[in-house]
Design a protein around this ligand. Structure first.
Ligand code: GLC
Length: 495
């Protein structure tokens, strides 16, 4: 009797099991990066980490986690809410360092923060004599906390040189252990200019890499961490298709082009998206007035208030050209400084926001004194003011010499401000001439000026200009496309 009962039960269970579809197991993705919004941001990298992780988690198909250092500049409002999980000691060459782990869940993404006051209790994120050691410790910690968290990702997605060693250590030290053997590494280059280069003497003493692995990180007689990550990862990517092509060329590659060309078979370019809820002219609380692509009338309020705020004459029909940028040469400032006085002869106002090289800061400050009615130079980094400028201006200038992706041209579009860009990297991929902006191809000041003048002239044609603003404001820069591309890349890596 007993036997029969068991048999019947088994058959019954098998039948029910057929009917119930098991939910697919989520793929585990771990982002390794040095910064992420909303906690700490010095540039576009942080925005991508914050918004891409959120977009991937929102698909419901990924368990997305992010690990960053616990810098002391992390906003207190968040830090106070972090949960302490525990600590361990991390071995690196002869060092044995404390590693505390904090966590916080936001928008479906689990964040981890690596705590070590000796390395991270300092103002800012970078620029210290021991950055190599700080990020070596960070990268090593990422691998060491996995057993503690009992979380071994399917894909460890490392971003920029600060996380390069995580991909390198995985291949040199960890992948031989059972739990780590299936982790795949993806390395994303956000900017090839910063490669993490150090003297070869530091190889074993600082980075804990020995003889047989030297060839992986050695390049031009130095340690090059970006090169090492490219060699060690299963795949690498960069933040636009055009930049993926460009970095094969010495003009863009800052010396790494032979490495990129040799590894091109595993390179992909995926254009960044932006957080289209965060940047929305209809909802943004920072604006003087909200508006929509169907009714731009309140954009005039934003413009008038901006002019008032910056002490510029309140002229409705004079186009405002803005630049929100780090004031450094590769953002195209050499072109701007060359012809800006010629452009100022036209009926325009120019607004600059940003900090950077002292000579550009000084140049714009002096010029604002010379043309107080036409130029406003704001040598600060100010998120609130940047949104008032994006919304209150008419034209956004971004003539970068190189631009891996660039986010500002997309943000400008979202506020109905028409971008003028040079056709490079993500600027080329996101802005199409007369569809949603203006473009020029050669890195030449007069080519830029020609297009600026074309835009100023077209601005007078109100009806056509409104259509252009509409097309710019309604271009889809959300993560929906790019998150799909990352998803496809992850799945391909896991085949
Ligand atoms: C870097 C690049 C920028 C890109 C950003 C995010 O800051 O310079 O072009 O948009 O990373 O990927």
């Amino acid at each position: 009797m007993a036997k029969t009962t068991t048999k019947t039960t088994k058959v019954a269970t098998a039948k029910t099991e057929k009917k119930v579809e098991k939910p697919a197991v989520k793929k585990k993705i771990l982002f390794v990066a040095s910064e992420s919004t909303p906690f700490i941001a010095t540039g576009g990298l942080a925005e991508v980490i914050g918004s891409l992780s959120k977009a991937l988690a929102a698909t419901g198909r990924f368990d997305v986690r992010v690990v960053i250092p616990l810098f002391s500049d992390i906003k207190k409002e968040y830090r106070d809410q972090f949960t302490y999980l525990g600590n361990l000691y991390v071995h690196l060459a002869w060092r044995n360092q404390y590693c505390g782990i904090f966590t916080y869940v936001k928008d479906g993404v689990t964040f981890y923060f690596i705590d070590n006051e000796f390395y991270f209790k300092r103002p800012g994120c970078y620029g210290y004599y021991d950055d190599g050691e700080r990020f070596a410790f960070f990268s090593r910690s990422v691998l060491e906390i996995m057993p503690f968290l009992n979380f071994y990702p399917d894909v460890m997605h490392c971003h920029d040189w600060q996380a390069a060693l995580a991909a390198i250590y995985l291949k040199t030290n960890y992948c031989f252990r059972e739990e780590y053997q299936f982790i795949r590494a993806l390395f994303t280059i956000h900017n090839i200019e910063y490669q993490g280069q150090y003297s070869l003497d530091l190889l074993s003493d600082l980075f804990d890499i020995y003889g047989k692995y030297q060839y992986l990180v050695e390049y031009n007689n130095s340690i090059n961490l970006m090169k090492g990550a490219i060699e060690c990862c299963e795949r690498f990517s960069t933040v636009s298709p055009k930049y993926a092509e460009e970095i094969k060329d010495p003009y863009y590659a800052h010396g790494l082009d032979p490495i990129i060309r040799n590894n091109a078979f595993k390179l992909t370019g995926i254009l960044n998206g932006i957080d289209d809820v965060g940047y929305n002219c209809e909802l943004d609380k920072h604006l003087y007035a909200n508006y929509t692509p169907d009714d731009f009338s309140n954009k005039a309020v934003c413009k008038r208030e901006l002019q008032k705020l910056l002490g510029l004459p309140e002229k409705t029909d004079t186009p405002i050209i803005s630049m929100v940028s780090r004031l450094v040469s590769h953002k195209g400032l050499d072109l701007v400084t060359n012809v800006i006085e010629e452009i100022l002869q036209d009926d325009v106002q120019i607004v600059i926001l940003g900090t950077g090289d002292a000579h550009f800061e000084g140049f714009f400050t002096d010029l604002a004194k010379k043309y107080p009615d036409k130029l406003s130079a704001n040598i600060v980094f100010n998120g609130d003011l940047s949104r008032k400028i994006y919304s209150g201006s008419d034209i956004f200038l971004m003539p970068s010499k190189s631009e891996p992706c660039g986010l500002s041209q997309m943000i400008a579009c979202r506020y109905g401000t028409v971008p003028i860009v040079r056709e490079t990297g993500g600027l080329y991929d996101s802005i199409k001439p007369l569809v949603n902006g203006y473009t020029f191809s050669n890195y030449n000041a007069h080519d830029m000026m020609y297009v600026v003048r074309e835009a100023i002239a077209n601005y007078k044609n109100k009806e056509e200009w409104k259509k252009l603003m509409y097309r710019a404001a309604t271009t889809d820069f959300s993560w929906s496309h790019s998150a799909k591309d990352y998803e496809a890349l992850y799945l391909d890596m896991l085949k």
